[in-house]
Design a protein around this ligand. Sequence first.
Ligand code: HEM
Length: 332
Amino acid sequence: MRTRNFLTAAIVFGLTSACTWTSAGIVRAEDQPIAQQLIDAMDKVFGVHPGFRVNHAKGVVVEGNFKASPEAADLSRAALFDGSTIPVTVRFSDSTGVPNIPDGSADANPHGMAIKFHLPNGSDTDMVINSLKFFPVATGEDFRDLLLALAASPPDAPKPTKFDQFAASHPAVPAAFATVGTPDSFADEEYYGINAFVFVNKAGARQAVRYQMTPERVVHLAAADAASRAPDFLMDELPERVKRGPVTFHLKAQLAAAGDSTKDPAVPWPDDRKVVDLGVLTIDKTVPDSAAAQKKLLFLPGQLTDGIEESDDPLIDIRDGAYAVSFSRRIP
Ligand code: HEM
């Protein structure tokens, strides 16, 4: 893991410090300004915490493997889906850039799950997903404005606050936040890819998908129960659970039908769309120094492998740009 992470760090730091772009398209030049504006807006909401991620600052790293189902290979020719056992590094996290946020705080929702699949050819492909069922807004500019409205709405702000006004004019905002709850364990939460990707199979057939990561069971706590838990209860529980036995999830793909928008992450696809089980993700190893490991890790939603492509959802490139800026700031 160390070699791969060092390489990723070196590549991305080189990119961001030189403000150039890769032929692999990790960051597109025209997205840099909005990516930077989003980082600045997050700083206003969460404060600046040197050495930590600008968002999802608090997390825990574990390891395991992924084994694809036969159905996965029908949809995508990606090496990830060839049925072999693929090692993974996974980071679970709380929302916000506040490194000591209590895990049971409502602000720690949505919780995150970031996965690095270590492919046989030595490259990685990433998935960066969270517990929101859909995103509150469709564009980088709207997300920046949502964050700025939050920053302008401290507890003593006159009502309706700037955030109240933003939410009233963007109905997907309250609807999206209503889909989250505090889980009793990172292992008992369902995570969603939100952004659409395109699978390409061996015959060249293309299918737009959105990821779902389904646990054995979903357990959400009542708000009062969540608020009364120890500040690090989620971070502490997962390694203890993994020491007792493996934790498993099913990675699934919801398939778009004709007419479903792939470019608006604030609009979920209808529940009756076909969902294909892509395989089982097993977490069976703790990482002894998780705090040090997570500092070196960079997960990028657009770090893909042949057989998985970006859709026309503009948020994917914007996220890549923002994550790279955050990473270049947090590494020593
Ligand atoms: C324009 C929209 C978004 C922006 C600007 C944004 C920004 C960020 C930033 C700056 C980080 C810290 C990255 C780092 O330092 O490595 C981050 C982390 C994260 N974001 Fe986003 N994000 C966006 C949308 C999303 C969406 C749609 C999801 C889920 C589908 C998501 C899930 C996560 C997760 C799980 C992490 C933690 C990654 C890790 O463990 O390293 N974000 N985000």
